[in-house]
Write a protein that binds this ligand. Structure first.
Ligand code: GLN
Length: 274
């Protein structure tokens, strides 16, 4: 038996996988196969195994264990939210604020794979950062990515939950910049998400509580204690959430500077200043 490129495209399309041709190309490249020659033997078995995982809607990045984000490749696992292109707008905004300044101290709340903080540090050689997560398994992935990108000496990893009372004492204050892509999906909506997200992204990284704003409210309470005077916080927002996030933080005394859209025109990044 053998398995040709066009058969792989057909199998993916019949399995209702979006962009079947692109995904077939990525699978062939991953296995170092040539699109013009069918896969045979061991390679064919490996290809079929990967296809079987994809056909139950495991996302390609989780199957391959890596994902491109901003300018780098990040290791991903079942324990971290897959980095999304939507989040790159937050990274760009953070780099605009950080690039030309004296050494900057950056805090990433809910770091997951580390893709936000590590992308900023990679572009801003004078900055250093702290990556916080409630999940030790996620921190291990961020740790791995920091080593792979040679950023390990500019980052501290902290295992902590921002709902704990002593959170600020635990992690410290005086940050120039806080970045966060917190969980923001209303609990009841999680079931309506596509299977790639609902079944393969960690629930911990998705569940924003009853109305989706539970984590923003807590982070807003903490932010005045974490930031230096004049420091900024950049938050990713879910669809339709940005202006309410602005209000939640203004209520805690921060000033709304800008709401930036992502590449699809969705208000995605909320920028506030202390
Ligand atoms: N962007 C993710 C989604 O909509 C959710 C991530 C989050 O809750 N921060 O699938």
């Amino acid at each position: 038996m053998s398995l040709s490129f066009s058969e792989v495209v057909r199998i993916l399309a019949e399995g209702k996988i979006p962009s079947p041709r692109l995904e077939a190309r990525i699978l062939f490249e991953y296995l170092e196969l040539n699109q013009f020659a069918p896969a045979e033997g061991d390679k064919e078995a490996q290809l079929r195994a990967l296809l079987n995982k994809r056909l139950v809607h495991a996302p390609l990045d989780k199957i391959l264990g890596k994902r491109e984000f901003y300018k780098n490749t990040f290791a991903v696992s079942k324990d971290v939210l897959s980095p999304r292109p939507d989040t790159e707008i937050l990274v760009e905004a953070a780099i605009d604020l950080t690039e030309k300044k004296i050494p900057q101290k950056i805090l990433d709340l809910g770091t997951g794979s580390g893709c936000i903080l590590l992308s900023i540090l990679a572009d801003c050689p004078r900055a250093c950062g702290m990556a916080v997560d409630k999940s030790e398994a996620a921190l291990a992935v961020a740790h791995h990515n920091a080593k792979a990108l040679n950023l390990f000496n500019r980052i501290t990893f902290v295992h902590a939950d921002w709902f704990e009372r002593d959170f600020v004492e635990h992690i410290g204050s005086g940050f120039d910049l806080v970045v966060s892509n917190p969980p923001y999906i209303p609990t009841a909506d999680i079931l309506t998400l596509e299977p790639e997200v609902r079944q393969f992204d960690p629930i911990l990284a998705l569940d924003g509580g009853k109305d989706g704003f539970e984590h923003y409210r807590r982070i807003a309470e903490l932010t005045p204690h974490l930031l230096k005077q004049g420091g900024h916080i950049l938050l990713e927002a879910g669809i339709g959430q940005a202006s309410k996030i602005g209000e939640i933080f203004e209520h805690e005394g921060l000033h709304l500077i800008e709401i930036r859209p992502d590449l699809s025109g969705i208000e995605r990044c909320v920028i506030l200043k202390k």
